[in-house]
Structure formats: structure tokens, C-alpha cells
Write a protein that binds this ligand. Structure first.
Ligand SMILES: O=c1ccn([C@@H]2O[C@H](COP(=O)(O)O)[C@@H](O)[C@H]2O)c(=O)[nH]1
Length: 224
């Protein structure tokens, strides 16, 4: 993949998603559609976005019992997304069944610890230890379950790359130096994420909320 930026089109407005994607399409490697978009437009919306001819990253973060997740992955199969997310915390059987149910060309990637959480948030959920410990535990689980990779923050991606040289490592929480952080807590610059071993970056608001999304995407791509 020559351009490793997936732009997160977090909007329930199909026309806006299409307009943004059309503007930035020459400066990104793919389009990430998440819960906000999918809840509003479902599979028809994803098909519509796929007409722009860029790889689709379907970020639904599936997390349920193995049978339910496998059936959901099967139901999404005809969309043949390039990348699909599930939560690593769903456990090994869920991860194995999700991978088995996915089309062969779809990378199944397990979310470890959301980049909107820090160590204090983790403790509040009853999980002892650092973000680093939690991510490496869930990354090991994901690797053993046979999925293609993980989602983690820029703080953990170097260790994840060392532990899983062939893993597909997705890093969100990406902010150009000095950029507004918003609700993210573990952030990294685009260049640092790539230098530490990220396979692809997810970038949302730094592009979509910019006065000139096209220029913002071009500037970020220019740092890689
Ligand atoms: O741990 C995670 C997993 C997924 N995301 C998603 O990435 C984008 C980030 O958007 P920004 O506007 O660049 O903050 C968003 O779609 C999240 O759902 C994440 O942030 N952290």
C-alpha cells in the first residue's frame, strides 16, 4: 500500500462523506467507515462509498459471543471490505470464528485498548497494569487466534511490531504536532507512528474538520 493513511469519515451524512472522500482521495490510501456512518446508511452506504474505488476499512468493532460475531461477519461478507475490526476482548474463540467467517481478502484486525482510554480508565474497568501490558496481552491473544493484526496506539506500536513482525498494525489517535487532541488520550504524530512500525494510520478530524481537508491530507501524507 503506497499511501498508508485511511481517512475516518465519521459522519452520518452520506453526501458529506462522499464529498470529503472525493476531495482527499488523491492523498489517502483508503476510506474508513465506522459506527456513525454504518448506523445511518448500512450496507447500501458502504457500497455507495466503494464506488470511489479506494479500499474500504469497515470499523465496526464487533464484540459479542463467537456465534453472533461469526454470523455478523458472514452477513458483511458480500461487501468484501479490505479491513474489518473486532474487539480482542471478545476472546480467542470469537477472534478465530470471526477470521474463519471473513472473506479471504479481508484483513480481520482486533482492537486492543481504545486510544480514548488511559491507564486510569483501564483501572476503572477493573483491569490491573499499564496500557502497555494490556495491549501486549491482547496482541498475543489476537496473534494466537490467527487474525491479521491489531489496532493499538502509537505508544504501544513499537513493542507490538517487535512481538509480531508480520502483523498488520493499525494506529489511530494520530495528530500532527500541536493538533487538537479532542477525546483521544494516547496520541502520536503520523511520522512517529510509521517510524515505530505502524502498517497503516487512521486519521479523522485532523483531515475532516480542517478548513481545507484536501490540503490537510496532503500535508500529513507529505510527512510520511
Ligand atoms: O482505538 C481506537 C480504535 C478506533 N478509533 C477510530 O479512529 C478514528 C479516529 O478519529 P480521529 O478523529 O482522528 O480522532 C475514529 O473513527 C475512531 O472510531 C480510534 O480512535 N481509536
Amino acid at each position: 500500500m503506497s499511501n498508508r493513511i485511511f481517512v475516518a469519515l465519521d459522519t452520518p451524512d452520506l453526501a458529506r462523506a462522499k464529498a470529503l472522500a472525493t476531495r482527499v482521495r488523491h492523498h489517502v490510501g483508503g476510506l474508513k467507515l465506522g459506527l456513525e456512518f454504518f448506523a445511518a446508511h448500512g450496507q447500501a452506504g458502504v457500497r455507495e462509498m466503494a464506488t470511489l474505488d479506494l479500499p474500504i476499512f469497515l470499523d465496526l468493532k464487533l464484540h459479542d459471543i463467537p456465534n453472533t460475531v461469526a454470523k455478523a461477519v458472514q452477513a458483511l461478507g458480500s461487501l468484501a471490505p479490505a479491513i474489518l475490526t473486532v474487539h480482542a476482548a471478545g476472546g480467542r474463540a470469537m477472534l478465530e470464528d470471526a477470521k474463519a467467517a471473513a472473506p479471504s481478502g479481508t484483513k480481520v484486525v482486533a482492537v486492543t485498548m481504545l486510544t480514548s482510554l488511559d491507564a486510569q480508565d483501564l483501572a476503572a474497568t477493573g483491569v490491573a497494569g499499564s496500557a502497555h501490558d494490556q495491549v501486549s496481552r491482547l496482541a498475543d491473544l489476537a496473534r494466537q487466534a490467527g487474525v491479521d493484526g491489531i489496532v493499538c496506539s502509537g505508544d504501544e506500536v513499537a513493542a507490538a511490531r517487535q512481538a509480531w513482525p508480520g502483523g498488520f498494525l493499525v494506529v489511530p489517535g494520530v495528530r500532527p504536532a500541536g493538533g487538537a487532541i479532542g477525546d483521544q488520550k494516547r496520541v502520536v504524530t503520523p511520522r512517529a507512528a510509521i517510524d515505530r512500525g505502524a502498517s497503516i494510520l487512521i486519521v479523522g478530524r485532523p483531515i475532516t474538520q480542517a478548513d481545507d481537508p484536501d490540503a490537510a491530507a496532503r500535508a500529513i501524507a507529505g510527512t510520511l
